[in-house]
Design a protein around this ligand. Structure first.
Ligand code: AMP
Ligand code: GLY
Length: 421
């Protein structure tokens, strides 16, 4: 089977490693991939958002199945274009990817179908948003409606910060058109939980729960990043919480999407907060999370490619997503200065024995050598019986990987150890 994966980060590397466990995956192309993923798949120099070239490539290379993982091609309609050209795909169509592509859509969906989430108002007029803020309680959260590279959310501790965020988005157009409309919502408190699930629009199979670490520095300080590390499963996601999430959030969401004529097929990511009133949705993503995937897939016992094909065929009800015992931890090694500005082009040394646990996010091959080529460079995953052991093993591996300018958080998983103790 010739498989084409769209994307080129650590998440795509983890997806490719996992589908390679199935001998059916005889040939894997990745568009564009990166210098590290090149060890596991054939990289093709086509951008993740260049949909016409992807269609052309698939048609001329006998691609049997395409897996679209990043948010922007999904929101732009990559799956629609490929399916129209006769290429079966894993991933939601454009009309379902809007669950991530528009926060206003997502919030209105939750309101209409009674899915628990923070109370909110939406605005397309700056003066009205500013007027609302005059009397709204703080802290308060300001969110750009559209995709904003994970930077469209401001948790404002003061009214001034909230006003600045509104002006930045609506007047300064910091996120372009994505900030032309805003959601302003209630500030929620509690542990955060990510749940990635596979769904064909009827059946939903949650994979292992996980915990992301979005802040750049230790102690959850510093600017927001794409994610500096993850652990799975998330100890706050107890059996009782999981049951509530299934009944109050997961099933109602896929039913709501079907009811709206937007059946969701693919990986639906629930960003949840466990508040004192129960689990609430912070965000939906229409795709696998990064770096959640780098801990969730290593814990998946079932065959991912079979599950993905079942999602496409609408036959997921005949499948289970079985999990392995134990825990996983992933520590992201980044370039000093990320997410603001950083240097790249430094040689990477990775012991051969570690490669199966390394997921490369930003590296390129230059003069035959692997060099850094991004803010997040790679993630190192370890599995063990307990979370504490998995973390110790992951950090041991980090110490054996070298590149100039490397930095990583030293406290991944610390909050998750608290409930154990
Ligand atoms: P997002 O970009 O939607 O993932 O949001 C980024 C982060 O902002 C989340 O991971 C939360 O930590 C925080 N956040 C978003 N919405 C809220 C909220 N209503 N209350 C408190 N924190 C929030
Ligand atoms: N790690 C968060 C995300 O993928 O959006």
């Amino acid at each position: 089977m010739n498989i084409m994966v769209i994307g080129g980060g650590g998440r795509e590397h983890a997806v490719i490693r996992k589908i390679k466990e199935n001998p059916l995956a005889s040939k894997i192309y990745v568009l564009p991939g990166n210098g590290g993923i090149a060890r596991d798949a054939e990289c093709v120099n086509i951008k993740a958002t260049d949909i016409p070239s992807q269609v052309q490539f698939a048609l001329t290379h006998d691609v049997d199945f395409a897996i679209v993982t990043p948010d922007d091609p999904l929101v732009l309609g990559a799956v629609d274009a490929l399916e129209e050209a006769g290429i079966p795909c894993f991933g939601p169509k454009k009309n379902a990817a809007i669950i991530e592509g528009s926060k206003i859509f997502a919030k209105n969906l939750m309101k209409k179908y009674g899915i628990p989430t923070a109370a909110y108002e939406t605005f397309d007029d700056m003066q009205e948003a500013l007027k609302y803020l005059e009397t709204a309680p703080v802290p308060i959260v300001v969110k750009a409606d559209g995709l904003a590279l994970g930077k469209g959310v401001t948790v404002a501790m003061t009214r001034e910060e909230a006003v600045a965020a509104v002006k930045d988005a609506m007047e300064g157009r910091r996120f372009g058109e994505s900030g032309a409309r805003l959601v302003i919502e209630e500030f929620l408190e509690g542990p955060e939980i990510s749940v990635l699930s596979l769904t064909d629009g009827e059946t939903i199979l949650p994979l292992s729960s996980s915990m992301d670490h979005k802040a750049a520095w230790d102690g959850d300080k510093g600017p927001n990043t794409g994610g500096m590390g993850t652990i799975a499963p998330n100890p706050f996601y107890t059996r009782a919480v999981a049951e509530r999430c299934m009944n109050e959030i997961f099933l109602p969401t896929i039913r709501a999407m079907k009811e709206e004529g937007r059946p969701f097929k693919g990986c639906l990511y629930f960003g949840l907060m466990l508040t004192k009133d129960g689990p609430k949705v912070i965000e939906y993503n229409c795709r696998f999370g990064d770096p959640e995937t780098q801990v969730v897939l290593p814990l998946l016992k079932s065959d991912l490619l079979s599950l993905m094909l079942a999602v496409r065929a609408g036959r997921l009800k005949n499948y289970k997503a079985l999990q392995k015992e134990g825990c996983a931890a992933c520590v992201v090694m980044a370039s000093e200065g990320y997410p603001t500005s950083y240097k790249k082009g430094f040689e990477l040394t990775i012991p051969e024995s570690l490669w199966p646990d390394v997921y490369v996010a930003g590296a390129a091959v230059k003069d035959g050598k692997l060099v850094t080529n991004g803010g997040r460079v790679l993630g190192v995953t370890a599995r063990a019986e307990t979370l504490r052991e998995a973390l110790a093993k992951a950090y041991e591996k980090v110490e054996q990987i070298h590149f100039e300018n490397a930095f990583w958080r030293r406290d991944i998983g610390h909050r998750a150890l608290e409930p154990e103790e």
